[in-house]
Every structure is written in C-alpha cells, then in structure tokens.
Design a protein around this ligand. Structure first.
Ligand code: LLP
Length: 413
C-alpha cells in the first residue's frame, strides 16, 4: 500500500496535489511519501520476532532525510562506500547499527569505518581481510568482521542484480569459508562476529532465500563446532516489489519463512532491505515537452535515462500515470527523454497516457535506485528530491545548478 492516489482528477501524494509541488519546484523531481516510507519500514521491521536490526540499504535511496527517518524508527544502515558512511553518520544513524558491505572497500574507507566504530565489516575476500588487519593494527583497534559467503544459489532475477551465484564477483565461496574464518580468528586485530549473505535483488519468490539460509545455517553450525562464536547473521536484502504484475511475498511471509528455517541458532539477525521499503514510496514527476509521430508515437518528457536509469539499464518496467486524469486514455508508444541516445526511454512500446504539451506524468515505483543512480550525463543537473508529510512538503535536496555541475573543473593554465 502507498499514499499516491487520485483525489477527484488530480494525483496526490498523501494530502498534497502533485501539481502544487510541480508549480513550486519545477520539473523533473523525485517525490517521496513519508507515511509510505514509515509504514513500509515498520511493516518490514515488525515482521521479525527474533532479535534483529533492520539496516536499510542506503544505495537504494540515500538522502540524509530518509536515512534519518529510518534511524528515528530504530533502524540502522547498510553501506557500501565511505560516501554512504558519511551520509549515515550525518543523518544521525548510530554507528553501532551500521554494516559495511561491498567487494572493493579501499584502505581509506576501512579506516573511516574503524574510526567511526561501525557494527561490522562484511568482508568479501582474503586480501580485504589482510588489508583490514593492517589498518586496524595501525589504529590499535580490533575490527569486527563478518564474511560475506557466496552460497551459489540462483535468485531467479535479472542477471545484473544476481549476486549469490558462483559466477558472481561477490563473497567468499561457502566451501572455502571455514579455512578463511579460522585464519581470521587467529589474527590479532580481527574479531570474528558474524556471517553474511546477500544473493540478489528484486526476488519475487521466497524459495531462494530459504535455500541460501539453509546452506548458511549448516555453515554456522560447522563454525560453532570449530568454537567460532557467531553473534550476527546478516541475511542481506533483496525482497522484491510489485512494479507491474509481480507477486512477491509480503514481508511477514518472508520473515516467517526465514525464521522457520533459522530455528534456534542464537544469532541476532541483520536485514538489509532497500527496495521493499522505498521502491513504492517514491515517484519521478516529469513534464511533457513535445509529442510526435515518427515510426511510432513518442512522448518526449523532461526526465531522461540520467534521471532514472532502470528502464534503459535493465529493461525495467515503471508504470506511467497522468498527474491530471482528464480521461485522456492511453495509447501504444514510447515515453522518451532528452538524452542523445536511442536507449533513453522511460517506457518503450507500452500503453502510455495520451499526452499534450506541458502535461505532468508520474513515473511510479521509482523510490529505489532512482535518484541514487542518477547522473549528470549530457550535463543535466540532478533533480530535486521532495518529501511529503501529510499536507506539507519539504525539499530534501535542491535542484543542482549549472555552476554546481562544473564546480570542480579547471582549465590548465
Ligand atoms: N545488501 C547488499 C549487500 C546489496 O548489494 C543490496 C543491493 C542490498 C542489500 C539491497 O537490496 P534490495 O533490498 O534493495 O533488493 N540497481 C538495481 C539494484 C541493485 C541492487 C544492489 N544491491 C536496480 O535498480 O534494480
């Protein structure tokens, strides 16, 4: 459930008409509903009955206002870079609720994480472990470590966002992990605290999660036999949402299935949901610049693949709704952006609203991996982010200016 609904003919976010926001901030912009964000976070978090921490995956939507909101609801953050750590700390997330994932953390980033006192590093290779030992030693601290194990399970999702198969770059193969844990346990500046696993994103079936948990559970039992105590079991993120006709399990069904498989391992669970919390809590609002009939019908809008990369990159579907429903109906065609590439589309060969110049369109389900994957390609300023709270709205990120886009550039003298 989300809070984007028509009242009379106008699409609203909670109690605010989207036309009113567009009149004030211009287009395009990302728009989030605070009530939806809170509701989704709480529905997810309260689905688990075992001790757990819900560490929201910052990569899906990293605005500090949103990280702050989840922190006030008791959440932590899953980060994958020093930049995301900076955001989380600035947003007021407790360092003890921050977990750091990713295959390529630099020494600088490891140092920043150690100095910040984060909960744990999800280490993905032996060389990263050695680097972490060195950095921790130079700081005179012990680094809390969990290894991300790769269980070789097919998550049955888009190839680019499958992460837990042997052919993927992520994690330590589960068959090799025992030896790595033993080595880590003998290192002076490493404290082994957990096991982690993340097999992919936009999963619409619970079975791969359970299959991977079963493998990880067996592995933890072997660790326990080897006297290696595991405090945290990090199951990553990945629960899918409905973009079109997908029917992913509800958070409660997901949690039940995991807890049932988990049994009594005695670990605190860490969850790293991203999309399931923010995906349907955000939209991209764009304005129709022109329409034309070429080889097919094109609706040319002011947002492009630099603003929302998912359709171009993954062939992802995002529903497109008219912000003002005049009963205009739909027609087969493309909604395309201003970028100079034929791959620049928000909808391709879909039934899209029949539009006129200056109509506003809402690109739905864009809250996850929308703004965070946007870029300045074609030197287009990144768009504002707006958060609606009941009958008011807040600009939580300003539109970039042209000056901001070239601020770091220099002509050599
Ligand atoms: N934890 C780790 C270690 C991850 O790599 C990810 C996502 C998550 C958690 C959160 O996954 P979620 O709950 O959001 O599925 N850009 C792609 C998605 C990339 C996902 C990357 N990792 C997209 O737009 O579909």
């Amino acid at each position: 459930m989300n809070h984007f609904n028509y009242k009379n003919t106008l699409l609203h976010c909670e109690d605010v008409a989207i036309t009113d926001i567009a009149a004030q901030v211009g287009t395009p912009f990302y728009l989030y509903s605070k009530a939806t964000l809170s509701r989704h976070f709480q529905a997810f978090d309260s689905s688990f009955s075992v001790p757990h921490i819900t560490c929201f995956a910052a990569k899906s939507c990293s605005n500090i206002a949103i990280l702050h909101l989840f922190a006030t609801l008791g959440g932590g953050t899953d980060i994958v870079s020093g930049g995301e750590l900076f955001r989380a700390l600035t947003a007021g997330v407790a360092p003890g609720k921050i977990v750091y994932s990713g295959v390529g953390k630099s020494r600088d980033e490891l140092k920043y994480g150690l100095e910040s006192g984060i909960l744990m590093f999800n280490v993905e290779s032996e060389q990263e472990l050695d680097a972490l030992q060195e950095v921790a030693s130079s700081l005179g601290v012990k680094a809390p470590v969990s290894f991300r194990v790769n269980p070789d399970v097919d998550p049955k999702t888009h190839a680019y966002i499958s992460t837990g198969m042997a052919k993927n770059k992520f994690g330590v193969p589960i068959a090799d992990a025992l030896a790595v844990y033993k080595r880590a346990a003998s290192m002076k500046n490493i404290a082994v605290v957990g096991v982690s696993c993340h097999i992919g994103s936009q999963l619409t079936d619970v079975a791969p999660f359970v299959e991977s948990l079963a493998k990880v559970k067996k592995f933890i039992q072997r660790l326990q036999e080897a006297n290696c105590t595991i405090k945290y079991l990090d199951l990553g993120g990945g629960l899918g949402i409905t973009y079109d006709a997908e029917e992913p399990p509800a958070p409660l069904a997901y949690a039940r299935a995991l807890e049932q498989e988990l049994g009594d391992l005695g670990c605190t669970l860490i969850l790293e949901p991203g999309r399931v919390i923010v995906g349907n809590a955000g939209i991209l609002v764009t304005k129709v610049l022109y329409t034309k009939q070429g080889g097919k019908k094109f609706t040319i809008v002011d947002a492009g693949m630099n603003d929302l990369a998912r359709p171009s990159l993954y062939g992802a579907y995002h529903a497109i709704l008219p912000v003002e429903d005049r009963g205009q109906g739909r027609e087969l065609g493309d909604v395309v952006g201003p970028i100079c590439e034929s791959g620049d589309f928000l909808a391709r060969d879909k039934e899209v609203p029949i539009s006129r110049q200056n109509d506003l369109l809402a690109v739905m389900s864009a809250g996850a991996y929308g703004f965070t994957m946007s870029s300045n390609y074609n030197t287009r300023p990144r768009v504002p982010e707006v958060l609606v709270d009941g009958s008011t709205f807040h600009i939580i990120r300003k539109r970039e200016t042209r000056e901001m886009m070239i601020a770091g550039e220099m002509i050599p003298t």
